[in-house]
Design a protein around this ligand. Structure first.
Ligand SMILES: NC(=O)c1ccc[n+]([C@@H]2O[C@H](COP(=O)([O-])OP(=O)(O)OC[C@H]3O[C@@H](n4cnc5c(N)ncnc54)[C@H](OP(=O)(O)O)[C@@H]3O)[C@@H](O)[C@H]2O)c1
Length: 309
């Protein structure tokens, strides 16, 4: 018994030390990486001034979080070094109304991003003159609550196409028009941190967005282009919850669009790799890796809003 106790206490102390030092190493590497990207971004930004038109592109802009970003960025065009906004979603009327409301040069692009042609349209528009894409926010996204059988193949495929394929296609299309100092922002979710039964493909699609963003950030660091993944918890005043679950709910600890936009824009400006704009996603980020996925996914499933029958 004494031997078992001794083995147990040594294992706990060894794994504790490993966790501690790996965590410390992670924090040091993350801070060093951030300083490096900021220095390169500043250096490149200074060397590039020419006639190029400096734009920001926001997808999913007709309502919800994307619309919140557009409104906030329109109020601080200089801070982002932007002359014009391009706003993308399917609903033409809402885009036109938003463009008018901003009071800055703002181009509505009403397209369905899941149709391959729409990405081509954006590429062609970018080729018409010298554009410098200073900011891309990939915000368009959908989620369906329910089991795989309830959602069906079409519903799950749409989540993967819009959340993942379109995100990658937008980066591929706009990257040739970016220079040092540009920013890419991919909207992931707290769902990215673990599997979630009952919200499974959505969680997996956001895990893709998070992993993709982290890798892309390292690839683009030498060009001084920063990539930030934003991982919100539930946002109560967008159309997302109603679409995902069929009900209008205000889950515990949920945030408003304005709160999420304000917090995440600070991280985006600071060129941070990750934004967790709520206490729930911050805690999940810190505590999640310490728990086995089977435990974490059960907890996440308990917090998931179930689809109304
Ligand atoms: N709300 C939350 O609780 C929450 C939490 C974590 C993460 N997120 C993420 O935040 C992002 C924004 O969500 P939200 O809450 O703002 O949802 P939302 O209110 O439903 O807005 C979704 C946006 O995406 C656009 N969109 C949907 N399908 C599209 C398509 N095929 N082509 C072009 N645009 C399309 C919609 O515009 P149209 O209908 O006009 O096309 C709308 O502007 C998503 O990526 C979501 O996964 C949301």
């Amino acid at each position: 018994m004494a031997i078992l106790k001794e083995i147990y206490s040594r294992c706990v102390s060894i794994s504790g030390n490993i966790y501690f030092f790996m965590g410390l190493l992670g924090i040091i590497l993350s801070i060093a990486g951030n300083i490096l990207i900021r220095k390169r971004a500043d250096k490149r930004s200074v060397t590039l001034r020419d006639s190029a038109r400096r734009i920001a592109v926001v997808t999913g802009a007709s309502r919800g979080l994307g619309c919140g970003y557009v409104r906030a960025i329109a109020r601080q065009m200089d801070a982002f070094d932007i002359q014009e906004l391009w706003i993308i979603a399917r609903n033409r009327d809402k885009l036109v109304a938003l463009a008018r409301e901003t009071g800055v040069p703002c181009l509505p692009i009403p397209v369905d991003l899941t149709s391959g042609r729409s990405i081509e349209v954006i590429r062609e528009m970018l080729s018409t003159r010298d554009y410098d894409v200073r900011l891309l926010i990939n915000c368009a996204g959908i989620g369906n609550s329910g089991t795989s059988e309830q959602i069906g193949n079409r519903g799950e495929q749409m989540e993967i196409v819009l959340n993942d394929s379109v995100t990658v296609a937008m980066v591929q299309t706009l990257l040739p028009f970016m220079r040092g100092g540009s920013r890419i922002v991919n909207i992931a979710s707290i769902a990215a941190f673990q599997s979630i039964p009952g919200f499974n493909v959505y969680a997996a699609s956001k895990a893709f967005v998070l992993s993709y963003s982290r890798g892309l950030r390292s690839e683009l660091a030498s060009r001084g282009i920063s990539v930030t993944a934003v991982c919100p918890y539930w946002i109560r005043d967008t159309g997302f919850i109603e679409h995902a679950t069929g009900e209008k709910a205000a889950p515990f600890l949920s945030k408003t669009t304005d709160q999420v936009v304000r917090t995440s824009l600070r991280a985006i400006k600071g060129r941070r790799r990750l934004s967790t704009p709520s206490i729930a996603s911050f805690l999940d980020l810190i505590i999640g890796p310490l728990l086995p996925d089977i435990v974490l996914s059960r907890i996440a499933a308990a917090f998931n809003l179930k689809r109304k029958k």
